[in-house]
Ligand binder design. Structure first.
Ligand SMILES: CC(C)(COP(=O)(O)OP(=O)(O)OC[C@H]1O[C@@H](n2cnc3c(N)ncnc32)[C@H](O)[C@@H]1OP(=O)(O)O)[C@@H](O)C(=O)NCCC(=O)NCCS
Length: 165
Protein backbone atom coordinates (compact mmCIF):
# COMPACT_ATOMS: atom_id res chain seq x y z
CA UNK A 1 0.00 0.00 0.00
CA UNK A 2 3.00 2.30 0.55
CA UNK A 3 5.44 2.54 -2.33
CA UNK A 4 8.35 4.81 -3.20
CA UNK A 5 7.36 7.76 -5.37
CA UNK A 6 8.69 8.18 -8.89
CA UNK A 7 8.91 11.32 -11.01
CA UNK A 8 5.44 10.62 -12.46
CA UNK A 9 3.97 11.04 -8.94
CA UNK A 10 5.14 14.64 -8.61
CA UNK A 11 1.97 16.17 -10.16
CA UNK A 12 -0.16 14.19 -7.66
CA UNK A 13 1.98 15.35 -4.73
CA UNK A 14 1.84 18.95 -5.85
CA UNK A 15 -1.91 18.74 -6.40
CA UNK A 16 -2.08 18.32 -2.61
CA UNK A 17 0.65 20.70 -1.52
CA UNK A 18 -0.79 23.55 -3.59
CA UNK A 19 -4.31 23.21 -2.23
CA UNK A 20 -5.40 26.47 -0.58
CA UNK A 21 -7.27 24.61 2.18
CA UNK A 22 -4.07 22.70 3.06
CA UNK A 23 -1.83 25.78 2.99
CA UNK A 24 -2.15 26.50 6.73
CA UNK A 25 -0.89 22.97 7.48
CA UNK A 26 1.69 21.95 4.87
CA UNK A 27 4.21 23.66 2.63
CA UNK A 28 4.73 23.21 -1.08
CA UNK A 29 8.10 22.30 -2.59
CA UNK A 30 8.84 22.61 -6.28
CA UNK A 31 9.29 19.69 -8.65
CA UNK A 32 13.08 19.91 -8.47
CA UNK A 33 13.13 19.62 -4.68
CA UNK A 34 10.73 16.69 -4.77
CA UNK A 35 12.96 14.95 -7.31
CA UNK A 36 15.95 15.50 -5.01
CA UNK A 37 14.09 13.77 -2.17
CA UNK A 38 12.95 10.96 -4.50
CA UNK A 39 16.55 10.34 -5.59
CA UNK A 40 18.19 10.83 -2.20
CA UNK A 41 19.47 7.76 -0.35
CA UNK A 42 18.79 9.63 2.92
CA UNK A 43 15.13 10.37 2.25
CA UNK A 44 12.01 8.67 0.98
CA UNK A 45 8.96 10.03 -0.75
CA UNK A 46 6.18 7.51 -0.19
CA UNK A 47 2.87 7.18 -2.00
CA UNK A 48 -0.07 5.64 -0.18
CA UNK A 49 -2.25 3.72 -2.61
CA UNK A 50 -5.57 2.03 -2.18
CA UNK A 51 -7.47 1.90 -5.47
CA UNK A 52 -5.27 4.81 -6.66
CA UNK A 53 -2.77 7.21 -5.12
CA UNK A 54 -4.49 8.66 -2.07
CA UNK A 55 -1.73 10.26 -0.07
CA UNK A 56 1.97 10.91 0.27
CA UNK A 57 4.61 11.49 2.88
CA UNK A 58 8.21 12.65 2.82
CA UNK A 59 10.47 10.78 5.22
CA UNK A 60 13.83 12.34 6.00
CA UNK A 61 17.14 11.28 7.52
CA UNK A 62 16.60 7.53 7.20
CA UNK A 63 20.36 6.98 7.49
CA UNK A 64 20.86 9.24 10.50
CA UNK A 65 22.85 7.67 13.35
CA UNK A 66 20.53 6.51 16.10
CA UNK A 67 17.70 5.77 13.70
CA UNK A 68 16.09 9.18 14.25
CA UNK A 69 13.70 9.55 11.33
CA UNK A 70 11.46 12.48 10.52
CA UNK A 71 8.02 12.21 8.94
CA UNK A 72 8.36 15.54 7.27
CA UNK A 73 5.30 16.10 5.11
CA UNK A 74 2.06 14.14 5.24
CA UNK A 75 -1.16 14.58 3.30
CA UNK A 76 -4.15 12.65 2.00
CA UNK A 77 -6.17 13.61 -1.05
CA UNK A 78 -9.30 13.76 1.07
CA UNK A 79 -8.97 15.38 4.48
CA UNK A 80 -11.66 14.44 6.96
CA UNK A 81 -12.38 11.17 5.14
CA UNK A 82 -11.52 8.94 8.09
CA UNK A 83 -8.44 7.38 6.43
CA UNK A 84 -5.87 9.15 8.56
CA UNK A 85 -5.50 6.32 11.06
CA UNK A 86 -4.84 3.68 8.39
CA UNK A 87 -2.40 5.95 6.61
CA UNK A 88 -0.46 6.76 9.78
CA UNK A 89 -0.33 3.14 10.87
CA UNK A 90 1.13 2.24 7.47
CA UNK A 91 3.73 5.00 7.77
CA UNK A 92 4.68 4.05 11.32
CA UNK A 93 4.93 0.39 10.38
CA UNK A 94 7.11 1.28 7.41
CA UNK A 95 9.33 3.49 9.56
CA UNK A 96 10.06 0.87 12.20
CA UNK A 97 9.88 -2.29 10.17
CA UNK A 98 11.30 -1.33 6.76
CA UNK A 99 13.51 1.64 7.61
CA UNK A 100 14.69 0.31 10.97
CA UNK A 101 13.92 3.57 12.78
CA UNK A 102 14.41 3.80 16.53
CA UNK A 103 12.47 7.04 16.78
CA UNK A 104 9.93 8.67 14.49
CA UNK A 105 9.16 12.30 14.95
CA UNK A 106 7.13 14.99 13.27
CA UNK A 107 5.73 18.41 13.85
CA UNK A 108 2.33 19.89 13.23
CA UNK A 109 0.65 23.23 13.49
CA UNK A 110 -1.10 23.62 16.82
CA UNK A 111 -4.03 24.80 14.69
CA UNK A 112 -4.30 21.40 13.02
CA UNK A 113 -6.19 19.34 15.63
CA UNK A 114 -7.27 16.84 13.00
CA UNK A 115 -3.67 15.88 12.29
CA UNK A 116 -2.67 15.93 15.97
CA UNK A 117 -5.55 13.58 16.75
CA UNK A 118 -4.49 11.13 14.05
CA UNK A 119 -0.86 11.24 15.21
CA UNK A 120 -1.84 10.73 18.84
CA UNK A 121 -3.97 7.77 17.82
CA UNK A 122 -0.97 6.26 16.04
CA UNK A 123 0.97 6.49 19.32
CA UNK A 124 2.88 9.76 18.94
CA UNK A 125 3.33 11.76 22.12
CA UNK A 126 3.46 15.52 22.35
CA UNK A 127 7.03 16.42 23.33
CA UNK A 128 6.88 20.17 23.23
CA UNK A 129 5.58 23.30 21.60
CA UNK A 130 7.55 25.94 19.76
CA UNK A 131 5.54 29.11 20.18
CA UNK A 132 4.81 31.25 17.09
CA UNK A 133 7.53 29.29 15.30
CA UNK A 134 6.19 28.38 11.85
CA UNK A 135 5.36 31.23 9.51
CA UNK A 136 2.42 30.41 7.29
CA UNK A 137 2.21 32.72 4.26
CA UNK A 138 -1.44 31.75 3.76
CA UNK A 139 -2.26 33.09 7.22
CA UNK A 140 0.20 35.96 7.25
CA UNK A 141 1.42 34.96 10.71
CA UNK A 142 3.42 32.33 12.53
CA UNK A 143 1.60 29.49 14.27
CA UNK A 144 2.67 27.42 17.25
CA UNK A 145 4.39 24.18 16.25
CA UNK A 146 3.76 20.99 18.20
CA UNK A 147 6.61 18.44 18.28
CA UNK A 148 5.59 14.80 18.53
CA UNK A 149 7.61 11.59 18.81
CA UNK A 150 7.15 7.83 18.82
CA UNK A 151 9.89 5.47 20.01
CA UNK A 152 10.32 1.91 18.77
CA UNK A 153 9.66 0.73 22.33
CA UNK A 154 6.36 2.68 22.37
CA UNK A 155 5.39 1.04 19.09
CA UNK A 156 6.32 -2.44 20.30
CA UNK A 157 4.18 -1.94 23.38
CA UNK A 158 1.29 -0.69 21.26
CA UNK A 159 1.47 -3.29 18.52
CA UNK A 160 2.81 -6.52 20.07
CA UNK A 161 0.94 -8.79 17.62
CA UNK A 162 1.94 -6.85 14.52
CA UNK A 163 5.55 -6.52 15.66
CA UNK A 164 5.87 -10.30 16.00
CA UNK A 165 4.10 -11.02 12.70
C1 LIG B 1 -3.87 15.12 8.54
C2 LIG B 1 -4.63 14.09 7.72
C3 LIG B 1 -3.64 13.09 7.11
C4 LIG B 1 -5.55 13.32 8.68
O1 LIG B 1 -6.27 12.35 7.99
P1 LIG B 1 -7.89 12.39 7.91
O2 LIG B 1 -8.33 11.22 7.11
O3 LIG B 1 -8.31 13.73 7.45
O4 LIG B 1 -8.28 12.22 9.40
P2 LIG B 1 -9.69 11.72 9.93
O5 LIG B 1 -10.77 12.05 8.95
O6 LIG B 1 -9.49 10.28 10.32
O7 LIG B 1 -9.91 12.63 11.20
C5 LIG B 1 -9.16 12.41 12.33
C6 LIG B 1 -9.92 12.86 13.54
O8 LIG B 1 -9.86 14.28 13.65
C7 LIG B 1 -11.14 14.77 13.93
N1 LIG B 1 -11.23 16.14 13.45
C8 LIG B 1 -11.45 16.58 12.20
N2 LIG B 1 -11.42 17.90 12.18
C9 LIG B 1 -11.17 18.32 13.44
C10 LIG B 1 -11.06 19.59 14.06
N3 LIG B 1 -11.12 20.70 13.36
N4 LIG B 1 -10.83 19.61 15.39
C11 LIG B 1 -10.71 18.46 16.10
N5 LIG B 1 -10.82 17.23 15.56
C12 LIG B 1 -11.05 17.18 14.25
C13 LIG B 1 -12.06 13.80 13.21
O9 LIG B 1 -13.38 13.86 13.70
C14 LIG B 1 -11.39 12.48 13.53
O10 LIG B 1 -11.68 12.05 14.84
P3 LIG B 1 -12.72 10.84 15.11
O11 LIG B 1 -12.20 9.67 14.33
O12 LIG B 1 -12.65 10.66 16.59
O13 LIG B 1 -14.04 11.34 14.61
C15 LIG B 1 -5.49 14.75 6.60
O14 LIG B 1 -6.51 15.50 7.22
C16 LIG B 1 -4.73 15.66 5.66
O15 LIG B 1 -4.11 15.21 4.72
N6 LIG B 1 -4.83 16.99 5.92
C17 LIG B 1 -4.29 18.02 5.03
C18 LIG B 1 -2.78 18.14 5.16
C19 LIG B 1 -2.33 18.13 6.59
O16 LIG B 1 -2.90 18.79 7.45
N7 LIG B 1 -1.25 17.38 6.84
C20 LIG B 1 -0.66 17.27 8.17
C21 LIG B 1 0.54 18.12 8.27
S1 LIG B 1 1.29 17.97 9.89
Amino acid sequence: MLRPAVAADIPFIRSLTTRPDYAPFISDSDDAQLQVWIDSPSDRVLIWETDAARGFAVVRDIDRPGGIVELFRIALDRAGGGQGERFLRALVDHGFRKLGAERLWLDASAENPRAVKVYTRAGFQVEGTLRAHWYRPALGRAVDLILMGLLRSDWQALEPLQVRA
